[in-house]
Design a protein around this ligand. Structure first.
Ligand code: 13P
Length: 280
């Protein structure tokens, strides 16, 4: 059942729980997330990471309509969200083409500019009933640096209060020990720091870089203010492995591929969603 991200975040907040959000790149992934959520009886969010190559597979409007179509084919709530986007015009295009939740990623900008950029997106988005996720502090790329583990790069609690009040974002991605992609060494989330961030705002907080963090740390984060987690790399890697396995035999007919890949992706999603403690 297609559901707005703000309603899913509210469900997370009411239950002191986290909604899992998965980056998807094609129809098999989108459909499998919906079926996995149905199997697990849990809510879920489907995200598009708007790099140019992904848009060549599924342009914004096609991605949005595909997600809504498969979301409405299951009974559990499924949301749609545009992941990291720092380009105002691109965000407007996504909204125009059917995304009603977007990330305005100004995290590489100085604080005042990040606030100005994010507020500008929120002001437009509000007119269309669209939700906006901001980012404060920077969740970097795990392979490129170990900055994610250094406290000086964590989101600052006093800035959280100012940022959320001045921008009016629906949710906020924060940094307290995670990074995107595969880690060079096991990450250690700073839950005490997260509690300080949570105490600085009522706005739901988002954890990026879900791949490679062990379940016990995730559970601690979900119990202490994280209401949405983004997972990308591990889902992509499973998808890539299954593509390679299937197409290793070049006589395979492409139309038999969905029946091969979707059950495995569906099981992965259902298993991952055991981390979600929301009871529907
Ligand atoms: P991972 O690729 O590390 O799971 O992170 C995904 C993410 O945070 C997308 O916004």
């Amino acid at each position: 059942m297609y559901t707005k991200v703000r309603d899913l975040l509210a469900l997370g907040k009411e239950n002191n729980a986290c909604i899992l959000a998965f980056d998807c790149a094609d129809v098999n992934m989108i459909r499998s997330v919906c079926m996995g959520a149905e199997k697990a009886k849990k809510p879920v969010i489907i995200m598009l990471h708007p790099s140019p190559t992904y848009k060549n597979i599924l342009p914004f409007g096609v991605f949005a309509q595909t997600t809504k179509y498969f979301a409405d084919s299951v009974s559990v709530p499924v949301g749609l969200h545009l992941d990291h986007c720092g380009d105002f015009d691109e965000i407007l295009t996504a909204i125009h083409e059917g995304f009603d939740s977007v990330m305005a990623d100004g995290s590489l900008l100085p604080l005042d500019e990040n606030i100005a950029f994010t507020r500008k997106v929120v002001e437009v988005a509000r007119n269309f009933g669209v939700d906006v996720e901001g980012e404060l502090g920077h969740v970097g790329v795990a392979m490129e640096s170990d900055d994610f583990s250094k406290k000086e790069f964590f989101t600052k609690p006093d800035e959280v209060t100012r940022f959320t009040e001045e921008t009016g974002v629906t949710s906020l991605a924060v940094s307290f020990g995670s990074a995107h992609g595969l880690y060079k060494f096991p990450p250690k989330l700073d839950i005490d720091h997260l509690i300080e961030l949570r105490n600085a705002t009522e706005t739901p907080l988002v954890l990026h870089g879900g791949t490679g963090i062990d379940d016990d740390q995730l559970k601690a984060a979900f119990a202490n203010g994280i209401n949405k987690i983004n997972i990308g790399t591990e889902f992509y890697m499973l998808n890539t492995r299954l593509n390679k396995e299937f197409y290793a035999d070049e006589t395979q007919a492409p139309y038999t591929f969905p029946a091969y890949i979707q059950p495995v992706l569906t099981d992965y999603i259902a298993k991952r969603l055991e981390l979600c403690t929301v009871e529907l």
